[in-house]
Ligand binder design. Structure first.
Ligand SMILES: Cc1cc2nc3c(=O)[nH]c(=O)nc-3n(C[C@H](O)[C@H](O)[C@H](O)COP(=O)(O)O)c2cc1C
Length: 176
């Protein structure tokens, strides 16, 4: 991965064929060739957050993730909501980022694509605020009823959603 001018993208869904993964793949097409775009694929390997293990030698997957975060020019998080909250593994990963300050002043775009999603979206904005991430005006988007807007192959069935995502990426690319 070339860290200069790079976007690090994380899906909160571990599901194969996930709409959130498909959105991240779509966003990749909007990134200019001189900016690298990497979709993180080790979220499932991040161990449960344990403050007792968060000292000189945290788990290897956590060290790698912190480096990705620190070195990226910007981070895109795209996630569903589960049980009115943030998917556990995504929140777990963010908890590991607190002590390392990996997200401090880091430009972040947040997309919550879910059946409803408003609780997870609001909670993530709070958590990212606690981590001092730099939220970009116009680069946060809540997409409800996601399954009626994108098909399982990642094709949009709703023009407005595609347009809104293009706008988010345009704003985000300007900010990083
Ligand atoms: C266990 C479970 C709980 C869910 N709870 C919520 C919820 O509280 N709010 C919501 O908007 N969607 C909820 N959903 C629906 C998912 O957000 C929806 O299926 C979404 O498309 C999943 O994202 P993905 O396609 O990227 O995997 C839930 C789904 C599952 C499997």
């Amino acid at each position: 991965m070339n860290y200069k001018g790079s976007i690090f993208a994380i899906s909160g869904s571990l599901r194969s064929g996930s709409s959130n993964h498909n959105i991240l793949r779509f966003l990749n097409k909007l990134v200019p060739a001189d900016i690298s775009y990497y979709i993180y694929d080790r979220l499932a390997e991040i161990p449960p957050f344990d403050p007792g293990m968060d000292h000189e030698h945290p788990p290897e997957a956590v060290v790698e993730l912190r480096n990705f975060m620190k070195n990226a020019s910007g981070i895109v998080i795209c996630t569903p909501e589960y049980a009115f909250g943030v998917p556990g593994q995504l929140k777990n990963m963010l908890d590991w980022m607190v002590s390392s300050s990996s997200l401090v002043d880091k430009p972040v775009a947040l997309i919550t694509a879910s059946s409803v999603g408003s609780h997870a979206h609001a909670a993530l904005l709070l958590t990212l605020g606690a981590l001092s991430a730099k939220m970009i005006d116009g680069a946060t988007l809540l997409i409800p009823f996601i399954k009626s807007k994108i098909d399982t192959d990642g094709n949009f069935t709703d023009e407005e959603t595609e347009k809104a995502l293009r706008e988010v990426m345009k704003v985000f690319l300007k900010a990083i």
